[in-house]
Design a protein around this ligand. Structure first.
Ligand code: NAD
Length: 416
């Protein structure tokens, strides 16, 4: 039978495995298997040519037992309610694994932002906020950027919200530009957090941090991972990167900064001089010490998992590996740092931004880095310890940590 690649089904299957291990009672299982609230709405937007277009928008508040829901907004042509549900579930487990006092949520708009002008994006951003403003706020639900949404979009959204409520409210949204209450260190936080976990994994597994690494997806997460891997680990040879245009490969390694410049100028990595082309699929199968899947879901499946040769797969993307693939990778000794642990640096610094916005007092960059490192290192070590104790694959270990924490909060509240 072929695998079910619906991301929400994947998220539920992963949860079910953890619920079974923990022996959760039926009511608790049902509660944690589904979003608590979800909103699905239309957003009419006046286009530059004078026409009107109607977009579909979403917000899912998956679970708020541990605190206000928190999670990014994706603007993507293939966005569906099930993608948003899955990402909201993963946000719930993510905030729990790094032990920050927040729940999980996610939102999005089905659209192709590459085809929208700046003015159309602004009207879409403001329209999204108007549709759900009554559900937002630092004590309710706090959005942030995700795929194809930017600090500028967060700025328009904050402005719209403040206009509606009639007062300053910087903690309503995170990932804002610095002059509007953004946090130092938010731009590279996802990649930085992931690289901290790779540092810990290399030490735990005695893997040379100076070896080869490859990155699938070369946006915010992928580009910063390219740079920070070498900075934080003190070495490493970047041999391949890819984006939607395809990939490039150079076994002797290349300079991440030069590729970032090239992508800025050309809009893609393909064609970078001195490299050979490689497909996105081939990149995943390279013999490297560290692979960073940093694009989208379901790229490592039962079909190709047996050919993955990386020693560590640090999942900066959400949902890159299917449940069947997890079992294969575990059997083959590929150490997966699961998405909701590996990429939790983004929400952790978003949480710092929310705290700073609430107090209207801002921290220096060093404080952000030190606190982020402490959260990520502790989370990695807790998951690793449980993984070894129970001899389960790392994603299941991470689920066991997170689901236990969320279930405890649900119990203490007396919900079930
Ligand atoms: P982004 O939009 O900045 O970059 C995405 C990159 O992936 C682009 O380079 C794009 O060309 C590439 N891409 C898209 N489809 C691809 C495909 N099929 N094959 C290869 N490359 C492809 O997005 P981002 O913020 O870097 O997010 C990437 C992943 O990381 C997503 O799964 C996102 O949910 C996750 N993530 C991001 C953050 C964050 O703070 N940015 C936080 C947590 C998780």
């Amino acid at each position: 039978m072929s695998e079910n690649l619906n991301p929400f089904k994947v998220a539920q299957t992963q949860f079910d495995e953890a619920a079974e291990r923990l022996g959760l009672e039926p009511a608790m299982r049902t509660l944690l298997r589904w979003p608590r609230r979800e909103y699905s709405f239309t957003i009419p937007v006046k286009m530059d040519d004078g026409s009107s277009q109607v977009f579909h928008g979403y917000r899912v508040q998956y679970n708020d037992a541990r605190g206000p829901t928190k999670g990014g907004l994706r603007w993507h042509p293939e966005e569906t309610i099930d993608t948003v549900r899955a990402l909201a579930a993963w946000m719930t487990w993510k905030t729990a694994v790094v032990d920050i006092p927040l729940g999980g949520g996610k939102g999005g708009v089905t659209c192709d932002p590459k085809k929208l002008s700046e003015g159309e994006k602004e009207r879409l951003a403001r329209g999204w906020v108007r549709a759900v403003a009554r559900e937002l706020g630092e004590h309710r639900d706090v959005p942030a950027p995700d795929v194809y949404t930017t600090p500028q979009i967060m700025a328009w959204m904050m402005d719209e919200f403040e206009t509606i409520v009639g007062r300053s409210h910087p903690a309503v949204i995170t990932g804002k530009p610095l002059p509007l209450g953004g946090s130092q260190g938010r731009n590279d936080a996802t990649a930085r957090g992931g690289v901290y976990t790779v540092r810990e994994a290399c030490a735990a597994l005695d893997i040379d941090p100076g070896g080869a690494y490859a990155i699938q997806g070369f946006g915010n997460a992928g580009q910063f991972a390219a740079l920070l891997h070498r900075q934080v680990l003190g070495g490493g040879k970047l041999v391949a990167v890819s984006d939607t245009s395809g990939g490039i490969y150079q076994p002797d390694g290349f300079d991440p900064e030069e590729i970032i410049d090239y992508k800025k100028k050309n809009g893609k990595v393909a064609g970078f001089p001195g490299t050979q082309p490689i497909s996105n699929e081939e990149l995943l199968e390279l013999e490297v010490n560290v692979l960073y899947p940093s694009a989208l879901e379901n790229v490592i499946t039962a079909e190709n998992a047996g050919r993955i040769k990386a020693r560590i797969s640090c999942e900066l993307a959400n949902g890159p590996t299917t449940p069947e693939a997890d079992e294969i990778l575990f059997k083959n000794g590929v150490h997966v740092i699961p998405d909701f642990l590996a990429n939790a640096g983004g929400v952790t610094v978003s949480y710092f931004e929310q705290v700073q916005g609430t107090y209207n007092y801002y921290w220096p960059l060093e404080q952000i880095h030190t606190s982020l490192d402490a959260h990520m290192t502790r989370a990695y070590q807790e998951v690793r310890q449980l993984q070894q104790e129970m001899n389960v694959h790392p994603r299941l270990a991470a689920y066991l940590v997170s689901v236990t924490r969320v279930a405890e909060a649900v119990k203490l509240r007396g919900w079930v």
